[in-house]
Write a protein that binds this ligand. Structure first.
Ligand SMILES: Cc1cc2nc3c(=O)[nH]c(=O)nc-3n(C[C@H](O)[C@H](O)[C@H](O)COP(=O)(O)O)c2cc1C
Length: 371
């Protein structure tokens, strides 16, 4: 399904509230970009602050590491503790190990903002988070000199080229200062722009990469076998309703086909009445070839990625009392085993139906396990 809205997470940890204020400014900046929505969440506290209930961020929902994969961009915010992030944010990031091993954050834009005291090691602190996000393959969005001309230079400000910081213990103004909030908004806007542009790309980057094949495996035995059997897969039949030719769930592919050949049903009608057993066998074979044509598309043109033919279910348009379904379905089963060998052996059901869409004499439902 096409996703129309770009969603960017603003994920923060805050104890005193300064990082939270920056986070809200980042979120405001994100939402300035048309079609981009900001979601504000916090990381769980290792130890709950005594006065948490009185904090303005007390009711902000907590994020889970797994949910990070669902966003088109993420802004990470934390207080600086000893030139790095807080232990709470670090612990949360430790929880992203599964996402890392599955490359789920590859290509997702990220930016970092931090609340400091006096600002000791603030650039190093941002870079410490950058290094974690780089390991995830995230696209880092720096602030550069964005907004530098517009800030109040009469007092110290937390601007850096990597990301906004707020100098919470600096005298001179309420912190974050107006300028720091302004910089944070610009930072959010920059992230949103890039997240919106990259959203379609990172979805393809995060698709699991098929495992590499050995040289022996890379010879496509299935294609060779099709050639030896003199089989040519038909042109992919178009769906004739509001459905798709196949669906994939995990490693399983589900396909349904009828006996269409070049846009027409091959030998339509009731088996044994409108068509002979030989014609019914031809129609069953055609249906199975259609299934294989769709399967080839589901395996991106490489049928050697089929690990197992799991199950075939044949619906045969037969009169009441008909009992020879198995003999007809053998045509589909034999074809499958001839093409895939051992991997082609499957569980099977065959049953009679009083009618089948488009007056096809047969419909086959198939389940395959693929790489
Ligand atoms: C244990 C600890 C270590 C800190 N280390 C630094 C530091 O290295 N550099 C700095 O600028 N501020 C440091 N601070 C100050 C915090 O970064 C600052 O109070 C920050 O504004 C807190 O953000 P919050 O209000 O969102 O909790 C430290 C504070 C604590 C408690």
């Amino acid at each position: 399904m096409k996703k129309e809205e770009t969603t960017v997470l603003v994920l923060f940890h805050s104890k005193g509230g300064t990082t939270y204020k920056l986070a809200t400014a980042i979120a405001r900046g994100i939402e300035k970009q048309e079609g981009v929505r900001a979601v504000l969440k916090q990381v769980p506290h290792i130890t709950l602050p005594d006065d948490l209930e009185s904090k303005p961020f007390a009711s902000v929902p907590y994020a889970t590491p797994e949910e990070l994969a669902q966003y088109d961009g993420i802004a990470f915010g934390s207080p600086i503790h000893f030139g790095s992030t807080t232990a709470d944010m670090r612990l949360f990031l430790e929880g992203t190990l599964n996402l890392w091993s599955q490359h789920r954050l590859d290509g997702v834009p990220a930016t970092v903002f931090m609340a400091a005291g006096g600002g000791a090691a603030r650039e190093a602190a941002i870079l410490s988070l950058w290094s974690t996000l780089s390991v995830h393959g995230m696209v880092l969005v720096p602030t550069g000199m964005r907004g530098a001309a517009g800030i109040d230079k009469s007092i110290a400000q937390g601007n850096t080229v990597f990301g906004t910081t707020a100098l919470a213990t600096m005298p001179g103004s309420e912190r974050p200062s107006e300028s720091e909030l302004y910089l944070a908004e610009l930072q959010g806007e920059a992230l949103a722009k890039i997240a919106k542009a990259l959203a379609p790309l990172h979805k393809t980057l995060t698709e699991p990469t098929p495992p590499a094949k050995t040289p022996e495996e890379s010879i496509n035995y299935v294609e060779q076998r099709l050639l030896e059997l003199g089989l040519q897969l038909p042109v992919l039949p178009e769906p004739v309703g509001n459905y798709v030719p196949y669906t994939r769930s995990g490693n399983l592919v589900f396909i349904n086909q009828v006996a269409l050949k070049e846009g027409k049903v091959l030998h339509p009608g009731v088996i044994g009445q409108d068509l002979t057993i030989e014609q019914a066998k031809e129609a069953t074979r055609q249906t199975m070839l259609n299934v294989l044509a769709v399967l080839k598309s589901a395996t991106h043109g490489d049928l050697s990625r089929v690990k197992q033919v799991v199950q075939l279910t044949g619906f045969l348009n037969t009169p009441t009392g008909y009992t020879q379904h198995a003999g007809l379905m053998n045509v589909a089963s034999d074809l499958t085993v001839a093409v895939f060998g051992e991997k082609g052996k499957h569980a099977r059901a065959a049953l009679g139906a009083s009618s089948i869409p488009v007056n096809s004499p047969v419909e086959i439902q198939a389940v395959f396990e693929v790489e």
